[in-house]
Design a protein around this ligand. Structure first.
Ligand code: HSE
Length: 401
């Protein structure tokens, strides 16, 4: 197979952009060179000569000698404009922008077909873990029962420090920001948005369904307290933020993001700090576990490099599962068991528990464990942020409701 030589136009030179540059410099086998870098800030000191940089996106988009655009900027709307224009100009694109990919997947797939170019985004979910290409190429969606994991490095870092070192939330978040794991707006991490966008991308390649992220329930860790950590520790659990997608019948899936109690016998229990982990459960193959660094310049840069290399061999996603369309429905009518820590009775009354297995009430700490329907949680999603509560899935299977 011939390998084309790549002349790369790079957008963004932040943590991941610099990480990619380092990784590319250390990889001798790849015939790829960054020839131009488009950045926003004219005043920032750069570690490369200024002749590499431009502040005008058209210097890359209209340069016929550049045959691959690598998009690593923060702003998803600007990123979409760049990616769209690049593809319209006949350039393949590699991106790590999960918000942009998850929010525009249908249009991005159409653009790839229309302009006969590739868009690759392995770094957008799970950073260094090669999960998208594996799902795309290896797993048949009829046999894949479910996928769950840890897909956000920042929240996992915070939860690890709170659990193992007794650190408080704000200090742990600050440390995750200092290390370059968090998004510019960390609400995206701690409220569970980031994990949800990644889950939607993964669902597209696991099951061929392009979900609208707004349709998927998510709840993060921004309201977690020392009571919740103490409860988990007393039971021998850790709390992790766990996105889940799975089949409810032959052609229907359900999908959500919730904190979850994880016991020591589970693979995810030992996935700590900024590491991510993904568990697939499939007929015959049974359980499989992928783990690796889920955030940071070099791990994310390594996934971008892998896409660059794949592109040099002409690789592109075929979206076979979307075309064959065996999974046709998405449902939120799905029962899960949750732990709800609350303060006010009126907040608790917003939740319709169908079965309660545990209940505790003193003047400073109250919780209830019981079964709820995901569709009811989704219906009250906009009120949850203003309630003095924390929700976690117990992870127990609901046998009957
Ligand atoms: N903020 C993201 C995380 C970066 O913490 O996982 C990697 O996508």
């Amino acid at each position: 197979m011939t390998r084309r030589e790549l002349r790369i136009g790079l957008f963004g030179y932040g943590c991941v952009g610099r990480g990619l540059h380092d990784v590319l410099e250390s990889s001798n086998g790849i015939k790829a060179e960054i020839v131009r870098i488009c950045v926003k800030d004219k005043t920032k000191e750069r570690r490369l000569p200024m002749s590499f940089f431009t502040f005008d996106k058209n210097d890359i988009l209209n340069d016929c000698s550049i045959n691959l655009v690598v998009e690593l900027i923060n702003d998803p709307d600007e990123a979409f404009e760049i990616v769209r224009q690049a593809m319209q100009n006949g350039k393949s694109v590699v991106t790590a922008n999960k918000v942009m990919v998850a929010s525009h997947l249908n249009e991005l797939v159409d653009l790839q077909h229309k302009h006969n170019v590739a868009l690759l985004y392995e770094a957008s979910a799970g950073a260094s873990i090669p999960i998208i290409r594996n799902l795309e190429e290896y797993y048949d969606n009829e046999l894949l029962h479910s996928l769950r994991g840890i897909l956000n490095g920042t929240t996992n870092y915070i939860l690890t420090l709170m659990h193992s070192e007794g650190r408080d939330f704000a200090a742990a978040l600050h440390e995750a920001q200092e290390k370059g794991f968090a998004e510019s707006d960390p609400a995206l991490d701690i409220e569970g948005w980031d994990a949800k966008y990644k889950l939607c991308i993964i669902t597209a390649h696991a099951y061929g369904m392009f979900l609208d992220p707004d349709e998927v329930f998510h709840y993060g860790i921004s309201h977690i307290s020392r009571h919740d950590i103490r409860y988990a520790k007393e039971k021998g659990y850790k709390i992790k933020l766990v996105p889940y997608v799975g089949k409810t019948d032959d052609n229907t899936i359900t999908c959500f993001v919730l904190p979850r109690f994880v016991s020591p016998d589970k693979y995810l229990y030992n996935v700590d700090y900024e590491n991510n982990g993904v568990i697939t459960e499939a007929a015959f193959a049974e359980k499989q576990f992928f783990a690796g660094k889920g955030a940071g310049g070099h791990p994310t840069g390594s996934a971008v490099l892998s896409d660059i290399s794949a592109n040099s061999y002409g690789y592109r996603y075929e979206y076979k599962k979307n075309i064959h369309d065996t999974i046709r429905n998405f449902t939120r009518d799905h029962h899960i068991e949750i732990y709800l820590r609350y303060h006010n009775e009126k907040d608790r009354d917003q939740f319709s528990f169908s079965e309660v297995s545990e209940f505790y009430n003193n003047h400073i700490y109250r919780y209830i464990i019981g079964t709820v329907n995901l569709k009811d949680l989704y219906d009250i999603r906009n009120k949850l942020g203003s309630m003095s509560i924390f929700i976690a899935s117990t992870g127990r299977k609901i046998l009957r409701v």
